[in-house]
Design a binder for this molecule. Sequence first.
Ligand SMILES: [Zn+2]
Length: 206
Amino acid sequence: MRSLTRPDPTLTLEPRRRADGSLPSWSRKRKSIEKFVAWALANQSDQCAICGYFVGDVADRRAWSIDHFAPKGDTLYPQWTFEPLNLIVTCHSCNSIFKQDFDSVTLVGRDYADSSFLLVHPYLDSIERHIEGTYAGRSRRVGAPRPQSPKGRTTIELFRLDDVNYLSGINRQALRISLDEWKAHLPGATLLLFKNAMAELTGRHQ
Ligand SMILES: [Zn+2]
């Protein structure tokens, strides 16, 4: 998990309200939401905001979801359904298997950013103040994360960021990224030698 740049304040998603003043229903097919997702995927380097697995239009990606950090259910926080600070792109597992409708809010503030949360917030918190050693994206490899606050502990437990299978999976992804970066910097002739050597070792041609 890593801290994310906040959405630009000019990026507003709130659609026109109904005649009775209520908000229309959520749809990820809405133009403004599609625009937000394109921005968020670039902002998150095509990686889940929580676990870091690829979710964008890249190899080995997982299905993505838009997570309402404070859940949008009618009896929860419908007022933040279209609040950009409340929206992050995550993988399907982080959103729909681990978090589900977990109520992450401890105090509703005057503005969204004044509110308090039970989980580490990718836009509002400095992650390292709450969790040490968590996967921060790209080719960085990690061991088990260490909680630095109750919020950090709850976040690690809810999203199982210390699970050994997750850690080996995310470290494989990090290793593949660093190998791709290394290959991208090799001169053509050396890259060909490398590919031939790999083909000899693995018995397959890539
Ligand atoms: Zn995830």
